[in-house]
Ligand binder design. Structure first.
Ligand SMILES: C[S@@+](CC[C@H](N)C(=O)[O-])C[C@H]1O[C@@H](n2cnc3c(N)ncnc32)[C@H](O)[C@@H]1O
Ligand SMILES: [Zn+2]
Length: 360
């Protein structure tokens, strides 16, 4: 975590307190420069909550204990062998001792396969076309000119008057931030999956070690190793683990916020909008993209947009944004969002995109 990120984040639990590096826990900085914390603890000045920083990724969820007791294995496995200090290992495992592990079913985007799928999708649909099997290549070639993240970044850029601070909620491996990096002065990604957040940092800012290639699966364990080529100003980006339903960021501190394909993955999509709105400064822009793929096992029927009206989901999204005092400035009714699951499996969604402006 970059030291400057402390100015943007806050305690996910009480949201009043300032977070500071806990001096009682040994802090390790990347390359011994005091600019980026590789390992340490953050402590809230108000409620005393502690948040670990593991491999440079701050875990800023409201209940760190539940998060870690359910995912400890995944978090530890994602780190480099031998990189965790004994003190951090003890700290992380202490959550398991005090809590009964929660039932946890890994979501499709949280594991290695999901992260590889997002690397393929975020970093080069065009280049991956060459590997895809022939029928998929033909389908892909028809939507090839569309890089949805580029289109979305351009929408934001052309309607945002000044460079500024951007928050990407549910950023996965960081492709949207890569597209925005030449327009913005500061980019912060919030992601629930530790592995995806670590992967985004490795790709975007080579920290703690660069990630320059990945395996794109074809048949079972077989696939091809492909290059990830990303060149951006490293000093402007950071990614932390956090929950879109309780964003660990300072109120009204971002000039723009994006929430792409994440609303319908949670049990409270309206709350995500509310949280995004709260993190925006007056006059700031909110970019939402969603295929409205509602599923009752993720989002209770009562939370769908809308559940008791004849309006469509897309009309309801705009009504909700207006109810927060937003003005709709751009809408795209259907943008193709190709998700490259593997070399033999392509999903194409039709996303509804709305760009709105918060009142001054
Ligand atoms: C469908 S993916 C979309 C990723 C990226 N925004 C895009 O458009 O390609 C949704 C991402 O949101 C993350 N996510 C799901 N629930 C979340 C939550 N409550 N808070 C933060 N991130 C969440 C997932 O881990 C996943 O990486
Ligand atoms: Zn607090």
């Amino acid at each position: 975590m970059r030291v400057e990120t402390l100015d943007l984040i806050c305690c996910a639990k009480c949201r009043n307190g300032q977070l500071a590096i806990d001096n009682e826990f040994k802090v390790t900085f990347l390359r011994n420069q005091k600019r980026e914390v590789l390992e340490g603890l953050l402590c809230c000045s108000e409620c005393g909550s502690k948040y670990p920083i593991v491999e440079g990724v701050a875990i800023l969820v409201p209940d760190v204990g539940s998060y870690l007791s359910a995912r400890l294995g995944e978090v530890v496995l994602a780190t480099r062998a031998g990189s965790l200090s004994r003190a951090m290992r003890q700290h992380l495992f202490s959550y398991q001792e005090v809590r009964y592990p929660l039932p946890y079913t890994s979501q499709s985007w949280e594991g290695i396969a999901g992260v590889d799928m997002y690397i393929a999708t975020h970093y080069g649909v065009k280049r991956r076309c060459a590997h895809a099997s022939k029928p998929l290549r033909q389908i892909l070639s028809k939507i090839r000119p569309v890089d949805i993240y580029h289109t979305l970044a351009t929408m934001l850029h052309t309607s945002t008057p000044r460079d500024g601070k951007h928050l990407d909620v549910g950023c996965s491996v960081g492709g949207m931030m890569e597209r925005l990096s030449s327009f913005m002065t500061t980019l912060l990604g919030i992601e629930y999956s530790f592995l995806a957040a670590l992967t985004a940092r490795r790709i975007l800012i080579s920290s703690p070690t660069p990630l320059r290639s990945f395996m794109w699966p074809r048949d079972g364990l077989k696939g091809s190793r492909d290059r990830i080529a990303v060149r951006i100003g490293r000093s402007i980006v950071d990614v932390v683990v956090g929950d879109a339903l309780r964003l660990p960021v300072q109120i009204a501190s971002f000039d723009s916020v994006s929430a792409l394909h994440v609303l319908e993955l949670t049990n409270a999509p309206k709350l995500i909008l509310k949280e995004c709105n709260a993190s925006l400064a007056g006059g700031g822009r909110l970019l939402v993209s969603t295929p409205y793929y509602w599923r009752n096992d993720r989002t209770p029927f009562s939370e769908w947009f809308p559940h008791a009206s004849s309006r469509s989901s897309s009309a309801e999204l705009q009504r909700l944004l207006r109810s927060y005092g937003h003005e709709i400035i751009l809408e795209k009714k259907a943008l193709p969002w190709p998700l490259l699951v593997n070399q033999r499996y392509l999903q194409v969604w039709s996303s509804h995109v709305v760009l709105s402006r918060k009142q001054q």
